[in-house]
Design a protein around this ligand. Sequence first.
Ligand SMILES: Cc1cc2nc3c(=O)[nH]c(=O)nc-3n(C[C@H](O)[C@H](O)[C@H](O)COP(=O)(O)O)c2cc1C
Length: 265
Amino acid sequence: MKISLTVDREKCKKCTSCIAECPFDLINEDKEGFPQLRKAAVKKCIRCGHCMAVCSADALDITISPLAASLLVNKDLLPSTDTVQHFLLSRRSIRSYKKRRADHDTLAQALDVTRYAPSAHNGQPVHWIMVEDPAEVKKLAGMVVEWMRELKVFPGLIRAWDQGEDKVLRGAPHLAITHADPGKSEHPVEDCTLATCYLDLSLHSHGLGSCWAGFLVQAFQHYQPIIDALALPENHKVYTALMLGYPKFRYRHIPQRDDVKVRWK
Ligand SMILES: Cc1cc2nc3c(=O)[nH]c(=O)nc-3n(C[C@H](O)[C@H](O)[C@H](O)COP(=O)(O)O)c2cc1C
């Protein structure tokens, strides 16, 4: 898309916030002190939309993130520090799930906020596979066990599976997997991890539980049959996965964690 910046000169207060906030210094002042886009923006703009979004006077519009399509930040909807802290502390990795499935719209809503996770250069390289069908989740868990069986590792998990208990994906009804093309992102691990953290927390806000599926991700790194089963686009790799569903049990307490390891300087 062709990039261009429009400045409403009636509204612009020349406060320079758009100039200060542009990550690549792509905006400067014209002769009259109004912001203008530098030519370099054609190649260097990362489409973050910060110039439009930071303007307190709604004076800026930019083609790559139109003002009319932008939500206003609603201070009344922002939680207090106490609320956020308690929310973060109360998220747990969930390993027992109800059979009840989450409805499609709830999953779609939880997933939608991941678009706002930070990504290197605002590259937004993260792709998702949301496995809604519990039978498909079970099939993937079975393939992880087959991989473990071939390698002769994790005998306890294999034994449990053979006795009808899924200790790999914990009988979760759903599974979210991230994948990306490492050739198209400088930091696919970080980008996928951050998007997954957003989903983890977003699910928590919907009363859903989740748990990082480490065994599954390991299998995706090494076991061709499970890689083939996902039919990823060319060059894409799997980076993270979350098993998810409604928690069977509610956590009453917040467990202890180590003190923060920090050196203040
Ligand atoms: C990268 C990563 C991989 C993980 N893999 C698994 C896994 O395969 N199975 C599992 O039950 N938990 C897994 N976990 C969950 C951790 O065990 C859990 O986060 C930790 O015990 C702390 O518990 P909490 O998340 O409830 O605070 C994983 C966590 C991370 C960050």
